[in-house]
Design a protein around this ligand. Structure first.
Ligand code: ATP
Length: 140
């Protein structure tokens, strides 16, 4: 089934996530405040727009409430990440996934309504450890 995803923040994490969803046949809108990031991510998304996700009017004009899942892939600007999640939930987006830089950031994202908080470095560390310990991986 094809779902509509929006990825806010087209850094390495957001662009990789968007590209994988697109390759799996899903519809993906990419959003970034930075024009260059939007241009660089064109091939990883169905559509891309330049917008500031901390601006409620910008989110409304994108029609963000119509997306099944919105992923907030902003990390370094913690304030923008938190405010974006808050606004998305206020707009009525059902599933909001957000990337956290550290534990306190993740706790606040939880509090403002994120449905799933991802810690990319921690989660990847867990994955690699599992892969190394898997009986199918030899010679590491
Ligand atoms: P990554 O680690 O995924 O490569 P990064 O190091 O580029 O990310 P981040 O701070 O995580 O840095 O930013 C990810 C993207 O989010 C950037 O391209 C940035 O322009 C975008 N971004 C930051 N603030 C906003 C905002 N308010 N609205 C939309 N996009 C934003």
């Amino acid at each position: 089934m094809v779902k509509q995803y929006a990825v806010i923040g087209l850094g390495r994490f957001g662009t990789s996530l968007a590209g994988n969803l697109l390759q799996a046949g899903q519809e993906v809108l990419g959003v970034d405040v930075n024009e260059e990031r939007v241009e660089d991510a064109q091939s990883a998304v169905t559509h891309a727009v330049i917008a500031d996700s901390t601006d409620p009017e910008a989110l409304k004009s994108i029609g963000i409430r119509n997306f099944d899942t919105v992923i907030v892939a902003i990390g370094n600007d913690i304030q923008a990440s938190i405010l974006t999640v808050l606004l998305l939930k206020e707009e009525g987006v059902k599933k909001v996934i957000a990337k956290a830089l550290n534990k306190p950031h993740g706790q606040v994202l939880d509090k403002v309504g994120a449905d799933w908080v991802i810690f990319p470095e921690r989660d990847m560390g867990e994955r690699v450890a599992h892969m190394l310990l898997s009986p199918n991986v030899l010679n590491f």
